[in-house]
Design a protein around this ligand. Structure first.
Ligand code: FEO
Length: 173
């Protein structure tokens, strides 16, 4: 049986995933406002992925007999100067999420909670990919600087991103 401390910590993190989804949905809108349809697509796909992450936590907790709580969400930022700024904020946000996942994993080990350790493994791997994707895009944007043609090329690349429902996911949104 899952401990109260563990389930509260997972519930807190579930809400962080929901915040992430909302943050990326707003970024998608901002990218659209910049005229960057490809980046808007990229952030919209990210939003959908975060909703899957949120639902993974939701399903895990409810399967464990936990009644979840969702407090009022804090304000989601909606002012950005550039695509580079959005991706830098994305990378720093994902770094924070990675730290939280690692802390949850540590707690699951201390609790000898094998089920939660296994559940969290998927997220440990996922965070490596998320941060790597962000770093690649930031490096490319720094290379092109203010060159509009270069930014549009990167925008075109971001427009190719496709949402794929991970196998066994609780909900396709
Ligand atoms: Fe769900 Fe981007 O971490």
């Amino acid at each position: 049986m899952i401990s109260k401390k563990m389930s509260d910590s997972l519930n807190n993190h579930m809400n962080l995933e929901l915040f992430s989804a909302h943050m990326y949905l707003v970024m998608s809108s901002c990218a659209n406002d910049f005229g960057l349809k490809g980046a808007a697509n990229w952030f919209f796909v990210q939003y959908r992925e975060e909703m899957i992450h949120f639902m993974k936590f939701y399903t895990y907790l409810t399967d464990q007999g936990v009644v979840i709580s969702i407090p009022a969400n804090k304000d989601v930022p909606n002012k950005y100067e550039s695509l580079l700024e959005m991706l830098q904020k994305t990378l720093s946000h994902e770094g924070m999420i990675t730290s939280c996942i690692n802390e949850l994993s540590e707690l699951a080990v201390q609790d000898k909670d094998h089920a939660t350790q296994i559940f969290l493994q998927w997220f440990v791997t996922e965070q490596i990919e998320e941060e790597s994707n962000d770093r690649d895009l930031i490096a490319k944007l720094k290379l092109v600087g203010d060159n509009g043609h270069g930014i549009l090329m990167i925008d075109g690349e971001m427009g190719q991103r496709v949402f794929i429902v991970p196998p066994g996911s609780p909900l396709a949104v």
